[in-house]
Design a protein around this ligand. Structure first.
Ligand SMILES: [Zn+2]
Length: 319
């Protein structure tokens, strides 16, 4: 199916993600995103204990300040997918992120998996999330990412809901499979989804022979060498495609707690490589061009495909 998905690129095969040149070579602008949540919202064992959140150590502000300083040091702006709960607790933090020139987008309200919500409860998540930003940012967000990349074959209806709410892009598909999430067979590259007119930025993967390997961020950056991630980004960029990457503030806070309820799986997926990740990101931020996802939407839309190909892009074919 992926072969039937047309991807951004003009008739000559070049994309319009190019940023001019870097060291004499054409460079592609990659999409950088931050899922703005605290450590206990990302952990699945504490995530589900909503009533306990208030008793867990709140570390999102210093962790995010560290991340903002890292981005500022490299002159990089990113999309911050903000959890509504965090915006309610720390409106000043969201104002600071916006004042630094980053894009504010939405990560739901209570970090709930979309594929476990009903359409009605998903709408409620969006409404509560958007309401949490009123009075903090001037413009309502146009971008969305589901917690745990949880828009997949079981929850594709959510894409229609996002378009209905006025979002212009989503970044919730992860065309891989791991213990927690994934949507094998989903489009791998940024694409305009029709008929709902939503641009989708799937988390980046690279193809190696029959394998589709995730590289986009989180565990995949923490657990692998920086040179592998850099090689993968160069490979995507060499195809005229942007890499779509993500990180979390808690990844730059290696001393955050490990409560007794943490599972063996979480010890691996959440706590691996926390001590090395900042060095890796410094290397990536120095080596590549990055911009918020919202700035890439026009490039996807402009280079979107012709009418008979439109059918193959429609979500209907994924169902
Ligand atoms: Zn998240």
């Amino acid at each position: 199916m992926s072969a039937r998905h047309a991807h951004p690129g003009g008739p000559d095969g070049n994309s319009s993600y190019e940023a001019g040149s870097r060291d004499g070579r054409p460079s592609v602008i990659n999409g950088l995103s931050v899922d703005l949540e605290d450590w206990y919202q990302g952990l699945t064992s504490t995530n589900r204990q909503f009533d306990r959140w208030q008793d867990l150590e709140d570390r999102v502000v210093p962790a995010t300040q560290r991340l903002l300083a890292l981005l500022q040091a490299h002159g990089v702006r990113a999309t911050f997918f903000v959890l509504g709960f965090v915006a309610r607790m720390h409106p000043d933090l969201i104002e600071r992120i916006a004042a630094d020139g980053h894009e504010i987008a939405l990560h739901g309200y209570g970090h709930r998996r979309v594929d476990r919500l009903t359409p009605a409860s998903f709408r409620q998540e969006l409404e509560e999330g958007l309401a949490s930003l009123v009075g903090i940012v001037d413009d309502m967000p146009t971008g969305h990412r589901a917690p745990y990349f949880s828009i997949n074959r079981r929850s594709l209806w959510a894409l229609d809901t996002l378009a209905e709410f006025g979002f212009t892009y989503d970044a919730s598909l992860f065309p891989t499979r791991n213990m927690l999430y994934g949507f094998p067979g989903a489009p791998r590259l940024p694409v305009r989804l029709l008929p709902m007119e939503l641009v989708e930025f799937p988390a980046s993967t690279v193809r190696l022979g029959p394998l589709t390997l995730p590289i986009a961020g989180g565990f995949y950056v923490r657990a692998t060498p920086a040179r592998w991630i850099a090689w993968s980004i160069r490979r995507l960029n060499g195809q005229g495609q942007p890499a779509i990457l993500y990180l979390h503030p808690w990844e730059l806070d290696p001393d955050h707690p490990m409560p007794a309820c943490v599972t063996v799986r979480e010890r691996i997926t959440h706590y691996t490589g926390l001590d090395t990740v900042e060095t890796k990101w410094r290397h990536l931020l120095e080596s590549f061009e990055f911009a918020p996802l919202g700035t890439l939407v026009d490039a996807v839309t402009r280079t979107a495909v012709l009418s008979e190909q439109r059918t193959s892009l429609s979500v209907g074919t994924l169902r």
